[in-house]
Design a protein around this ligand. Structure first.
Ligand SMILES: *Cc1c(COP(=O)(O)O)cnc(C)c1O
Length: 390
């Protein structure tokens, strides 16, 4: 029996190495990675420039405490701020920790304004992580069940429903922030109305609320822009990042701008590992390679190619409800539970994921080329076709 705690229903396979968009198991069978470890492996596997940069950094220094100046952290913070227009960055090791920082920041922002029970608006079907505060913010009962009492200070509205938020603005004086994903990832690749974030920005301005975007999944080029909200022209007050930032090395970030800037002072928040030199070099190298290789435009173009190929390949299939998403964050919506497709795809040498029970999710590495994308389409479409007809 395994001594690993039983928190995942794992598939009976393990990989021994990877290269680009390919992974190999112990028997030498090759798999096409359509998932990137859930939006993590931005540069694919064993990217030469990342391997070199990390090896060099490991040879110099892996860790150094945040009680000292950390040069690599300064550089990554500068880079993230210049790409986003944000002003300051706290580094964590994961997405949930980045969101914990955002939640703490919003509470402190509220207290500084004399609000004793600061409350954050969160969304139905959202996902923000598995720590107590972030699972309380998450809009999925399965994530919360068994862990009550939940953390207080959240009020929930349907996603993409501005009227519900306007109602709260009228009746609730304790609200300090809104926390929302630009596209809901775990919730089923759900994209809001094109003006949703802009109007939300407007409401936050009027109410002096912090607009906090969870870009843990949508950030770092996933949707074809550096950050998902950049499709809309707004700038948030708080933005969280993680998944794709370090191309596999754990690193998360909570960025602040505008009214959120300067909320934390020394002693208000911290992390032993957060923003260590190795993690920050992973982040810097990821962003540099993305720039040099023009991966944003590539993610946009390849995303269009994949979405069109999938939509054409599934045209007329009964129960197929359409292809959703932006860039390389793609959902194929079906009208019935389809988790079984994950195993069927695995047998054909393709890694995919199913989220919200009935949405096939694709989050391929940003370095996937068109030929590889075509192979993905050629494997996946017949599988879904047969599955829906069975
Ligand atoms: C994955 C995810 C998280 C949690 O990130 P962890 O690194 O697993 O803690 C939070 N928010 C969103 C939108 C995510 O997709």
């Amino acid at each position: 029996m395994s001594h690993v705690m039983n928190t995942y229903a794992r598939l009976p396979i393990s990989f021994v190495r990877g290269e680009g968009v390919w992974l190999w198991d112990g028997e030498g069978k090759r798999y096409l990675d359509g998932l990137s470890g859930i939006a993590v492996n931005t540069l694919g596997h064993a990217h030469p420039r990342l391997t070199t940069a990390l090896s060099e950094q490991i040879g110099k220094m892996i860790h150094c405490s945040n009680v000292y100046q950390v040069r690599e952290q300064e550089l990554l913070a500068d880079k993230l701020c210049s790409l986003s227009g944000m002003q300051e960055v706290f580094f964590s090791n994961s997405g949930c920790e980045a969101n914990e920082a955002a939640i703490k920041l919003a509470r402190m922002y509220g207290h500084k304004r004399g609000i004793e029970m600061p409350t954050i608006i969160v969304m139905e079907k959202s996902f923000h992580g598995r720590t107590l505060a972030t699972l309380s913010a998450t809009g999925n009962r399965k994530v919360q069940a068994g862990f009550e009492p939940l953390v207080k200070g959240f009020v929930r509205v349907p996603y993409d429903d501005l009227e519900a938020i306007r109602q709260l603005a009228k009746n609730n004086r304790d609200i300090v922030a809104v926390l929302v994903e630009p596209i809901q990832g775990e919730g089923g690749i759900r994209t809001p109305d094109t003006s949703y974030l802009q109007q939300l920005r407007q409401i936050c301005n009027e109410q002096n609320w912090l607009m906090m975007l969870d870009e843990v999944q949508t950030g770092i080029g996933r949707t074809g822009k550096w950050f998902g909200h950049q499709h809309t022209g707004i700038v948030p007050d708080v933005m969280t990042l993680a998944k794709g930032l370090g191309s596999g090395v754990p690193v998360g970030a909570c960025l602040a701008a505008g009214a959120a800037t300067g909320t934390f002072g020394p002693g208000n928040h911290g992390s032993t590992f957060g923003g260590n030199p190795l993690a920050c070099v992973a982040g810097l190298t990821t962003l540099n390679v993305m720039e040099q290789d023009n991966l944003l435009a590539h993610a946009e173009q390849l995303g269009q190619f994949l979405r069109k190929g999938l939509a054409d390949g599934l045209h007329g299939v009964k129960g197929f409800q359409g292809v959703r998403g932006m860039g390389l964050m793609i959902g194929v919506a079906l009208d019935k539970p389809c988790t079984e497709l994950v195993k069927l795809a695995l047998a054909k040498g393709l890694l995919i994921n199913v989220t919200a029970d009935s949405v096939v999710r694709l989050l391929p590495p940003l370095v996937m080329n068109q030929d590889e994308a075509q192979q993905l389409i050629d494997i996946l479409c017949p599988l879904i076709r047969d599955f829906m007809q069975a």
